[in-house]
Design a binder for this molecule. Structure first.
Ligand SMILES: C[S@@+](CC[C@H](N)C(=O)[O-])C[C@H]1O[C@@H](n2cnc3c(N)ncnc32)[C@H](O)[C@@H]1O
Length: 264
């Protein structure tokens, strides 16, 4: 049987509307809705059933391009109530775990849900992300962000302070920690994680890394590694190609470690 592939924008698809570097919007293709920009309005009815890559015109005659949003676009365009993890850091850390479709993973804290959506995309269609957060208002915002990208069925939120209460699950395939005090979570993570599996953590400061490593050692984690990923964007122009002068210079130090089961 031949499978039919089409590349058409469907009703309710998320589409990256690109006018130029400063004007790129993640829009849901809903017939009847209009979008405004200072370079003119566009009618989203006009893009439904058009192929991705389609070039439209605003009512002022400016070209716009209908592009497929990348996973990084989905993260960076999430509505933020907190700082979020950055694609350069997450790309590396995902490959430092063994997760894939069907995995059961835990993350703390949910924050804006940027990490949650990428984890959900990785473990879909039948895996689950148990996402822990101590602020109900942050969960509500993150839930909307996850619903918007279509992975609500792969995420279960719990509102609790994990340092005090721990987790409801065991036999977890990987644990992702993005909180100011990871060391307070490590003993709880050591109980929930499967033997031999991965814990990863983000921290902006060296002092936090030091305390987290001490906690990992006390809980017998091994193969601990700390890295910083440095990214430089290139400026590409006719008169010369060189790195941009400005950009994000520091996000976080990244830790990964693996759980050992102590023998008596
Ligand atoms: C930097 S944000 C996480 C951002 C998230 N990774 C993202 O990409 O959107 C840190 C979050 O951890 C939550 N948090 C801090 N300590 C916590 C704890 N002990 N238990 C549960 N949540 C905690 C905070 O409320 C905050 O929302």
């Amino acid at each position: 049987m031949t499978k039919e592939f089409d590349n058409l924008i469907k009703e309710k698809d998320l589409v990256l509307i690109y006018l130029d570097e400063k004007r790129q919007f993640l829009a849901q293709a809903v017939s009847g809705l209009r979008m405004s920009s200072d370079l003119g309005d566009l009618d989203l009815s006009d893009i439904v059933k058009k192929p991705y890559g389609f070039v439209g015109k605003t009512h002022l005659g400016k070209d716009f391009y209908c592009l497929k949003p990348s996973t990084a676009d989905l993260m960076m365009k999430a509505r933020r109530t907190t700082t979020i993890v950055y694609p350069k850091d997450l790309g590396y850390l995902m490959l430092e775990t063994a997760i894939g479709p069907g995995s059961r993973v835990i993350e703390i804290g949910t924050g804006s849900g940027a990490l949650t959506m990428v984890l959900a995309k990785f473990v879909a269609p039948d895996g689950i992300v148990y996402s822990y957060e101590r602020r109900e208002d942050f969960i509500e915002n993150a839930r909307k962000n996850i619903e918007r990208v279509g992975y609500a069925q792969n995420v279960e939120f719990t509102c609790v302070d994990v340092a005090l209460k721990g987790f409801n699950q065991t036999d977890i395939d990987a644990i992702f920690i993005d909180v100011p005090e990871p060391w307070a979570i490590v003993p709880k993570a050591a109980v929930a994680l499967k033997g031999g599996h991965h814990l990863v953590s983000w921290s902006p400061n060296v002092e936090q890394v030091k305390r987290t490593i001490e906690a990992l050692e006390a809980c017998s984690f091994k193969r601990t590694k700390v890295k910083e990923i440095i990214e430089r964007e290139m400026l590409v122009r006719l008169q010369g190609v060189r790195p941009r002068e400005r950009g994000i210079t520091h996000t976080a130090y990244l830790i990964r470690a693996q759980k050992i089961i102590a023998t008596t």
